[in-house]
Design a protein around this ligand. Structure first.
Ligand code: VG1
Ligand code: CO
Length: 543
């Protein structure tokens, strides 16, 4: 085996988005496309030489091919060891944990997360650094710059690692260790949660239904919920990871996880419903006949987490992304915790977690996690809820109602306008940006604008700045309207409109979300002018 240098030409579009590089599979199948991007990483991070890299993916189409290429290039670029999940499988949080636990210099997760898969679907790569967090913007900018100037890449040809055989193999002088994709992650979960209590809860006849959506969490859910916690095998549905996720859209929300939602609203609904996305970092939580919005789930976990073994010492602080509802802030105020507001994207939590400022954080996009890894973690969130139900003896509904009574309720929805012509989406952003300064003090319905700006973030740990992270119109504590452009799509532009309304009066806590937000949606319509400027009469998805 010898290292070959292959001549190549740059592709102009290898810029990472909110979470890694995402493109259509056919884009990744262009000659040298993946190789160029990986070599750009090796070129800007020479420190990977002589170190360990963790690799795995969500099992989607092109996963195994990409992993073989990445292993061959790691060997050619002087990496000393690659740890890879058996079958090429590793969830995003499990990968983050393996990086942390083995002291690896970083890792590649091959995934386009919740985007559909298959030959016509999407593919992607998340590059994580030492410590298990996603590469920050400064680093991904340097990788992008390198990708635009690349002239050659290094690879060892004809590498064919047996990804299904656990144990050690070699590629040239590099060691490849194929590991079980669940073992270490399951051990970590055991250290955080009270498995005995949860087992007892199941023994009492309580039931869980977890939808793995034919994506990566199947093996994790099977091992943890069924084998280790004693839930019946039928508790995990769609448990086999498929290359095309069964043709579905593995995004755990009210629309794409509808079968689970229907089950949770049916007569024989189990006590807890959970679902995760393609790469296992998202979660949806439902109780019998009740959907817990991600922002509520985050706030409720913040209120109960210190009852669980891994968090008995209490929370250092909490954080949420800007569009995420402010339910978390209410718990933080009540408990005297620091609460940080970050831009969208998990990478912005990394410094807060690393510096010990926060223990728990989350996003409205069905992301929740703690300082146990540096990614959001879907299975962790379901285990946390299971453990909270087991120690409190309450139902999901009871937890939610008590929470709203104590802290008030944030009604919340996100309206996505997918695959818009880029110019139309930009026109909306430009028009609102121009209108913002004149909005402060104006009254709309019951609400008066207290703040209208483009959100910027100053990282309190390293002083780095992120500008233009979304436009927000704030009506004091009572409501917010937020608009931003997605950074994870692969076709056209996706515009996201976020609506939040806060109520505290006892007779205003039980409304249906759609009714509660109707007036605010009308205001957003006239303020943000999406239908007027894009011609779209309704959002593609409401979650
Ligand atoms: C979306 C979500 C964001 C999340 C990101 C990655 O980004 O809004 O909260 O962190 O996806 O999630 P955007 O830019 O499309 O709004 V995942 O599950 O892809 O790792
Ligand atoms: Co994901």
């Amino acid at each position: 085996m010898s290292v070959r240098e292959i001549a190549t030409k740059p592709y102009p579009d290898q810029k990472s988005g909110t979470a890694g590089l995402r493109k259509k599979v056919v884009v990744f199948q262009q000659p040298h496309y993946l190789e160029n991007f990986l070599q750009s990483i090796f070129d800007v991070e020479p420190s990977l030489k002589g170190k360990t890299l963790v690799m795995g993916g969500d099992g989607r189409y092109h996963n195994r091919t990409a992993i073989q290429t990445a292993i061959a290039m790691a060997a050619a670029n002087g990496v000393s060891k690659v740890i890879v999940g058996q079958g090429g499988i590793l969830s995003t949080p499990a990968s983050s944990h393996l990086i942390r636990q083995t002291g690896a210099a970083g890792g590649f997760v091959f995934t386009a997360s919740h985007n559909p898969a298959g030959e016509d679907g999407d593919f992607g790569i998340k590059f994580n650094i030492f410590g298990g967090g996603q590469a920050g913007e400064a680093l991904t900018d340097r990788i992008y710059a390198a990708s635009k100037a690349i002239t050659k890449y290094r690879i060892i040809e004809n590498v064919d690692v047996d990804l299904d055989r656990r144990g050690t193999q070699t590629v040239d002088t590099m060691t490849v260790e194929v590991v079980d994709c669940v073992d270490e992650y399951a051990r970590l979960m055991q250290s955080l949660f009270d498995f005995d209590r949860i087992r007892d809860w199941f023994k009492k006849g309580h039931r869980l239904s977890f939808d793995a959506m034919h994506a990566v969490t199947g093996p994790y859910a099977q091992r943890l919920f069924v084998e280790q916690l004693g839930a019946p095998a039928s508790s995990v549905i769609n448990a086999t990871p498929l290359e095309d996720f069964g043709g579905g859209h593995p995004d755990p929300n009210l629309i794409y996880a509808k079968p689970l939602v229907d089950l949770m609203y049916a007569e024989a609904a189990p006590d807890l419903g959970g679902a995760s996305d393609g790469d296992g970092d998202r979660n949806m939580i439902l109780g019998r006949g009740i959907f817990i919005s991600p922002g509520d789930s985050l706030a409720m976990l913040a209120a109960h987490l210190d009852k669980l073994p891994g968090y008995r010492q209490g929370l250092a602080g909490v954080a949420r992304s800007m569009p995420t509802c402010r339910a978390l802030d209410k718990v933080a105020q009540g408990r005297g915790l620091d609460c940080y507001e970050t831009p969208t994207g998990w990478k912005f939590f990394a410094n807060l977690l690393d510096s010990g400022r926060i223990t728990l954080c989350g996003e409205e996009s069905f992301g929740t996690s703690s300082n146990h890894v540096r990614e959001k973690d879907g299975v962790w969130a379901v285990l946390a809820w299971l453990n909270v139900l087991a120690v409190t003896g309450l139902s999901v509904q009871q937890i939610a109602e008590a929470h709203w009574k104590q802290y008030g309720r944030h009604y919340y929805a996100r309206h996505d306008y997918d695959e818009l012509p880029v110019d139309n989406a930009n026109a909306v952003m430009t028009a609102l940006t121009t209108a913002l300064p004149a909005l402060v003090g104006r009254q709309f319905g019951d609400w008066t604008v207290s703040q209208a700006d483009s959100f910027g973030y100053l990282d309190p740990v390293d002083g780095s700045e992120a500008r233009n992270q979304g436009l927000r119109v704030v009506f004091g504590d009572a409501a917010r309207i937020i608009v931003r452009l997605s950074g994870t799509g692969t076709q056209g532009a996706t515009l996201r409109l976020y609506l939040e309304r806060y109520e505290t009066a006892p007779d205003r806590l039980g409304w249906a979300t759609g009714d509660a937000l109707a007036a605010l949606a009308d205001i957003a319509d006239s303020l943000v002018r999406i239908s007027e400027l894009t011609g779209r009469k309704a959002p593609s998805v409401v979650t």
